[in-house]
Design a protein around this ligand. Structure first.
Ligand code: PLP
Length: 406
């Protein structure tokens, strides 16, 4: 059994060899981008050096090898979230996965007066497409509110879901507060009303065990680069029968099976949704990332992040004038803490943390402006953790905040 040992894990990450102004990097911006281990970099390098060819196009050996690696990546990633190979579509990122559903499904199937129910903690990528549907199609968009502690006002679902609600969507883990939403319960309410249920899992799949079948979502969306993979590769998991029934999103290349003068036939799923030449190296890299995460174990990753968040919240109490923007219990909270120092604007705090101690965190509206503005009109500072972070690094954050306060 693999023992969770951050010191051993840290050896796999080249960024930790780098020093800036003689000091190590304390990387706490993992909700925006995770660092990459040698194993992922190696898998990408190997594809380009040894197996570089297009997929599903050539009978020659290199193309066969590349196709095999690319298909294996779909299998691994599907299995990682308990979905079938055919249900695992590669996209560019969560944003594209969500837009794919809204373009290929909602635009075609919803009509004026139909409703979509989201929440007030959605990332822009799962909210602005809805505003566009509202503008262009007259779809009504409503949102579930947020309690003081950072949880969703679950009682509003009963009031806001009706037979007109065709889609219910929710972010699994908020990228601002870290709230872990009750997706299974929300999905049940959605399905009881015959609504489609879409889960934005960008901040959950990288950090905890996520089971597509168990949640019973119709769609689950996430991004590779937030889970040790490269940029430019994302995932859309969709129920087989829905994907089979749905029209493609983009047309051309691998999504076609036959083309005649006046007609065409789509390829089988998942390829039906992967138009053009896909991001082959990205898919293979993400497969290697999933191998790495599985080797550690998602339960252990979650446990590690829980420890880091508890430690951070405890230590922040010793810093003067800190406002933390939630009071979630740890079972309901992912590896994210958003806060501000009373006397400074968020970008000033983040800038000082970076310049003083190479503590790298995010600040501003966090691509969730409606929520963040309701917390603080100038934005917040966010630290977000991953497998290679340590309590010693949190000590550097806390000491730096104390110095900023002097
Ligand atoms: C909760 C959530 N949803 C969606 C996204 C959008 O992801 P991407 O930029 O990979 O499309 C993010 C990115 O930070 C996110 O945190």
């Amino acid at each position: 059994m693999f023992k969770f040992d951050p010191e051993k894990i840290r050896k796999d990450f080249p960024y930790l060899n780098r020093k800036i102004n003689g000091k190590p990097i304390v990387y706490f911006d993992n909700a925006a981008m995770t660092q990459k281990p040698n194993q992922v970099l190696g898998a990408i390098d190997d594809y380009y050096k040894e197996h570089c060819a297009n997929v599903h196009r050539g009978v020659h050996k290199l193309s066969q090898e590349a196709s095999g690696l690319y298909e294996d990546a779909h299998k691994k990633i599907g299995k990682f979230v308990n979905a079938k190979f055919e249900e695992t579509v590669f996209t560019r990122n969560t944003t594209e996965s969500l837009n794919l559903i809204y373009y290929a499904y909602a635009l075609r199937n919803l009509k004026k007066g139909d409703r979509i129910l989201a929440t007030s903690m959605e990332h822009h990528s799962n909210y602005v497409p809805l505003l566009e549907l509202k503008k262009s199609r007259g779809i009504e968009v409503d949102s579930i509110g947020i309690n003081e502690d950072g949880t969703l006002k679950m009682e509003e679902y009963g009031e806001k879901i009706s037979k007109k609600t065709k889609i219910v969507t929710v972010v699994h883990v908020s990228n601002v507060l870290g709230t872990i939403n009750k997706v299974k319960e929300i999905g049940k309410l959605a399905h009881e009303n015959d609504s489609l249920f879409i889960v934005d899992a960008a901040q959950s799949v990288p950090h905890m065990p996520v089971d597509f079948k168990n949640i019973n979502a119709d769609f689950l969306c996430f991004s590779g680069y937030k889970m040790l993979g490269p940029t430019g590769i994302g995932v859309l998991i969709g129920k087989k029968e829905i994907l089979e029934d749905m029209n493609p999103f983009l047309y051309g290349g691998d999504m076609l099976q036959e083309v005649h003068k006046d007609s065409w036939k789509p390829n089988k799923i998942p390829w039906k949704f992967e138009a053009g030449t896909p991001n082959i190296a990205g898919g293979i890299g993400l497969g290697a990332a999933v191998d790495y995460l599985k080797r550690i174990g998602m339960d252990k990753i979650r446990k590690h992040e829980v420890e880091l968040v508890q430690y951070t919240l405890e230590k922040l109490k010793s810093v003067r004038g800190v406002k933390v923007y939630d009071s979630l219990s740890i079972e309901n909270k992912g590896g994210i803490v958003s806060f501000n120092l009373e006397k400074l604007k968020c970008h000033e705090t983040a800038g000082l943390l970076d310049s003083m101690s190479n503590v790298m965190c995010r600040s501003g509206m966090l691509c969730a402006q409606p929520l963040v503005e309701s917390l603080n009109k100038d934005g917040v500072v966010r630290v977000s953790f991953y497998i290679y972070n340590t309590k010693e690094e949190i000590d550097v954050l806390i000491e730096s905040l104390k110095k900023i306060n002097l």
